[in-house]
Design a protein around this ligand. Structure first.
Ligand SMILES: Cc1cc2nc3c(=O)[nH]c(=O)nc-3n(C[C@H](O)[C@H](O)[C@H](O)COP(=O)(O)O)c2cc1C
Length: 159
């Protein structure tokens, strides 16, 4: 079972999570849960995790961080060795969010099974930042493929 935990403010990371879910479900069991609703039991019930969120002010979005804050200690030492990957929606960077998630899940001793995926949409001005986002098809395809290969690996027992 692949668990996708996601947060999105203007739709990009939501579309990315949905694309990844479609890919994962073509290979096996998967579910996507919004960060605000995801809890320790959701993670305990999955063998792999895909974390999907925007970069905000150089780090993961606050709602995503709240999920980790809530779940970190209840799960410490209980999910060691499980697989993870990340997909970050960003304006022009995304590396800060990716790095921060990596640092946190290192404490859980998770294993990265795919290179971090960052989708840059180029929003820079206040108007562009608050506009609803349309993720281009090639980027959604990458999210789909990530979900598919993650799901396939889990189904085969490779991860
Ligand atoms: C408060 C705020 C801060 C942001 N900071 C960054 C940033 O540090 N680096 C970056 O690349 N993009 C930044 N962005 C742009 C978002 O990451 C980008 O618009 C992303 O596509 C939003 O994803 P979402 O549609 O899933 O909410 C910021 C957006 C907001 C609203």
């Amino acid at each position: 079972m692949l668990l996708i935990v996601w947060h999105s403010r203007t739709g990009a990371a939501c579309a990315m999570a949905e694309a990844a879910l479609r890919g994962a479900m073509s290979e096996g069991e998967a579910r996507a849960v919004p960060a605000a609703e995801a809890g320790p039991d959701d993670l305990l019930g999955a063998q792999g995790y895909l974390f999907v969120c925007p970069e905000n002010l150089g780090t993961m979005s606050g709602a995503m961080k709240e999920f980790f804050d809530r779940c970190y200690y209840p799960l410490l030492g209980r999910i060691e060795g499980r697989a993870f990957a990340t997909a970050i929606a960003a304006g022009s960077d995304g590396s800060g969010a990716e790095r921060q998630i990596e640092r946190i899940v290192t404490g859980w001793r998770l294993r990265r099974i795919a290179e971090g995926l960052i989708v840059n949409l180029g929003a820079q001005t206040p108007e562009e930042i608050r506009a609803a986002k349309v993720v281009p098809a090639p980027a959604l395809q990458k999210c789909h493929d990530l979900g598919q290969s993650f799901g396939a690996g889990l189904a085969m027992g490779a991860f």
